[in-house]
Design a binder for this molecule. Structure first.
Ligand SMILES: *Cc1c(COP(=O)(O)O)cnc(C)c1O
Length: 362
């Protein structure tokens, strides 16, 4: 018997996950390929997190702590915020979904940029609300234009800082102006998945603007700088009344027990974070210099990835790079037909990427 889901569910464009590396290698008859496509940490997971996971394995017959007590306490202490203002998620994706499910009614408008992170639109459509797109200007998030797009139907705004896939940031001053321009009942979500990598001292930090006067949410994740993408843990910081609303619909055991101990240990792993930032910042500088020598335009990035204009069909370049065993991301579907996005890797991976790109563009 066929069922008919609501139209607004059928209208969701399914997220297309990348194929597993092993499968790609089999298809293309290659081996030893490198993945510079998903902005993951090239150093692997935090070693302290790994040790904590091993220690916790024997407790897997127990349910996780549904309140995430120790992780929340540690975050609250580290960030200087009240524990009541923190919501943990099975990755920050989970929090994005909780926000749209808990706060939106059918027909409400949600502003996001074009292009932007796929989960904003998917979770908006999931509750029959409407995505309103504001195009990026020169690859950057135009805060004034976003503020101008707010109408009486606007319930939520998603901002990504640094932005994915462009690596641009907006300043604290610009964000302050934005907050003054937007009505104080609009939920503003600032996704700071890459904030640890930022070098620009002017970059806005949503934490500096959190207070109880408006529903402002800062999203953070352990997936990138802490190298824990596979175990799924992120968090949102927001006014406690809003956190209490999300906690009503949060799955009670949304953050598994290994993720909780891993995140706690990773927060203490300052050496790993420092090494990660050094690898990314040195790698960015080296890659920019090498690609510039090839006459290619790279766009400055405050994250652990950057865009390159390869001046050819990026989908074709992606395919050819794959045959060389280097997985990058084509930006065709993001509206940049000749751009690729490259995640900074280890020095030897970066060198391999440059050599492969030379061979492909020759
Ligand atoms: C990688 C990324 C995230 C992190 O998502 P998790 O669910 O925490 O792994 C969030 N937002 C953006 C824009 C990202 O690129």
């Amino acid at each position: 018997m066929k069922i008919s889901p609501p139209d607004y569910i059928l209208s969701i464009k399914p997220y297309v996950p990348g194929k597993p590396i092993e499968e790609l290698e089999r298809e293309y008859g290659i081996s030893g390929s490198i993945k510079l496509a998903s902005n993951e940490n090239p150093l692997g997971p935090s070693p302290l997190a790994l040790a904590a996971i091993e220690k916790a394995l024997s407790g897997l017959h127990r349910y996780p702590d549904g309140s995430g007590y120790y992780l929340v306490s540690k975050l609250a202490q580290k960030l200087g915020v009240a524990p009541e203002s923190i919501v943990l998620g099975n990755g920050s994706d989970d929090i994005i979904g909780m926000l749209t499910r808990a706060l939106l009614l059918p027909g409400d408008e949600v502003i996001m940029t074009d292009p932007s992170f796929a989960m904003y639109d998917i979770t908006t459509c999931m509750v029959n609300a409407r995505s309103v797109y504001v195009p990026l200007i020169d690859r950057a998030l135009p805060l004034d234009t976003v503020a101008g797009a707010v109408t009486s139907k606007t319930k939520m705004v998603f901002l990504t800082n640094p932005n994915n896939p462009t690596g641009t940031v907006f300043s604290g001053k610009a964000f302050e102006r934005f907050l003054e321009a937007v009505p104080s009942d609009v939920v503003i979500v600032v996704d700071e998945a890459y904030i640890e990598f930022v070098q620009d001292p002017e970059c806005a930090r949503a934490f500096d603007f959190l207070d109880n006067s408006r529903p402002l949410v800062a999203l953070r994740t352990f997936s990138k700088a802490y190298g824990l993408a596979g175990i799924r843990v992120g968090y949102g910081v927001m006014p406690p009344y809003l956190a209490a609303i999300l906690n009503r619909i949060r799955q009670p055991f949304n953050v598994n027990s290994l993720a909780q101990v891993a995140a706690i240990a990773a927060l203490d792993d300052e050496a790993f974070l420092k090494q990660t930032l050094a690898v990314v910042h040195d790698g960015l500088a080296w890659l920019y210099a090498e690609l510039e020598k090839m006459g290619l335009r790279c766009f400055p990035s405050q994250a652990n990835f950057f865009l390159v204009d390869v001046k050819k069909d990026a989908a074709a370049v992606f395919e050819e790079m794959l045959k060389q065993g280097v997985i990058i991301r084509s930006m065709v579907s993001y509206g940049y037909p000749s751009y690729i996005r490259v995640t900074v890797g280890l020095p030897e991976e970066n060198a391999r990427f440059v050599a492969a790109l030379k061979a492909v563009l020759k």
